[in-house]
Design a protein around this ligand. Structure first.
Ligand code: UDP
Length: 235
C-alpha cells in the first residue's frame, strides 16, 4: 500500500482531544489518535501536526476581556495539547519534536522552519504549537501557513463531523454532504469548514484540504492511501 502523500499536515482541533466529555483531555481519545498517527508514520509519511486549543479556551470565549490577551490564552492552551500529544506519541515509540510559535525554550523548541523540515526528514513527527504566535488568527490558519512553509502536499482536517455539509447535519437531517468543493465555493457559500483567512491562504498557495471525521479509527490512514472519504477542497 503506497501512500498518496509524502508530507502532510494533520490539523487536530482541541475538541478532537477531549472525546465525549467535550472539555479538557481524554487520555483514551489521545492514545487512539496517537495510534492512528503512528500507522501513517509507519507507511513512511512525513507527518506534522497543528493542534488547536478549543478544548480549553478560545479567544472569543473571553467576552469582557481584551481580545489580544484572550487570544494569547488560547495559544497557551494549544501548547498543553501539543505536550499531551507528544507524550502519547513517544509512549508508543514515535519520535517527536514540539515547536512553539511563541518562545518557551524550557518546554519546547521555538518554531524554525528549516529545523522543522530537518526533523521530518529524520523521521520525527513535528507538532506545531502556539498557533501562528499572533492574536486574531486561528489554528486553521496556522495549518495553512505551516503547510505552505514546509511544502506539505495536503492538510488533513480532522473534525467531529465526517465532511462538509450544506447545513448543520446535527440539526438538519436532510443536510447534504459535499464530496468536492472549490475554495471559492467555501468562501461564497460561507461554509464553516475553515475560517476565511485559512481558506484564502490555502487557495493562494493551492494547498488541498481533506475534511473528514475522526470517529472512524481508520480514517487518517484511508485519506493517506487516497481513499475518497469526507470532502476535498481544492481549485
Ligand atoms: N489563537 C491565536 N492565534 C493563532 C492561533 C490560535 O490567537 O495563530 C488563539 C485563538 O484565541 C483561538 C485559540 O488560540 O481561539 C485556540 O485555537 P483554535 O480556536 O483555532 O482551536 P480549535 O478550534 O482548533 O480547537
Amino acid at each position: 500500500m503506497r501512500p498518496k502523500y509524502k508530507r502532510v499536515i494533520l490539523k487536530l482541533s482541541g475538541e478532537a482531544l477531549a472525546g465525549d466529555q467535550g472539555f479538557g483531555l481524554n487520555e483514551k481519545t489521545i492514545d487512539s489518535i496517537a495510534d492512528q498517527v503512528k500507522e501513517i508514520f509507519d507507511l513512511g509519511v512525513e507527518v506534522s501536526i497543528v493542534v488547536g486549543g478549543g478544548n480549553f479556551w478560545r479567544g472569543r470565549s473571553g467576552k469582557g476581556m481584551d481580545r489580544t490577551t484572550a487570544d494569547y490564552m488560547g495559544m497557551l492552551a494549544t501548547v498543553i495539547n501539543a505536550l499531551a500529544l507528544q507524550d502519547a506519541l513517544e509512549s508508543i515509540d514515535v519520535l517527536t519534536r514540539v515547536q512553539t510559535a511563541i518562545e518557551m525554550r524550557q518546554i519546547a523548541e521555538p518554531y524554525i522552519r528549516r529545523k522543522a523540515v530537518r526533523h521530518l526528514e529524520k523521521g520525527r513527527v513535528v507538532i506545531f504549537a502556539a498557533g501562528t504566535g499572533n492574536p486574531y488568527f486561528s489554528t486553521d490558519t496556522t495549518a495553512a501557513l505551516r503547510a505552505a512553509e514546509i511544502e506539505a502536499e495536503v492538510i488533513l482536517l480532522a473534525k467531529k463531523v465526517d465532511g462538509v455539509y450544506d447545513s448543520d447535519p446535527k440539526t438538519n437531517p436532510n443536510a447534504q454532504k459535499f464530496d468536492e468543493l472549490t475554495y471559492i465555493d467555501v468562501l461564497n457559500k460561507g461554509l464553516g469548514v475553515m475560517d476565511s483567512t485559512a481558506t484564502s491562504l490555502c487557495m493562494d498557495n493551492k494547498i488541498p484540504i481533506v475534511v473528514f471525521g475522526l470517529d472512524e479509527p481508520q480514517n487518517i490512514k484511508k485519506v493517506i492511501l487516497g481513499e475518497k472519504i469526507g470532502t476535498i477542497v481544492r481549485e
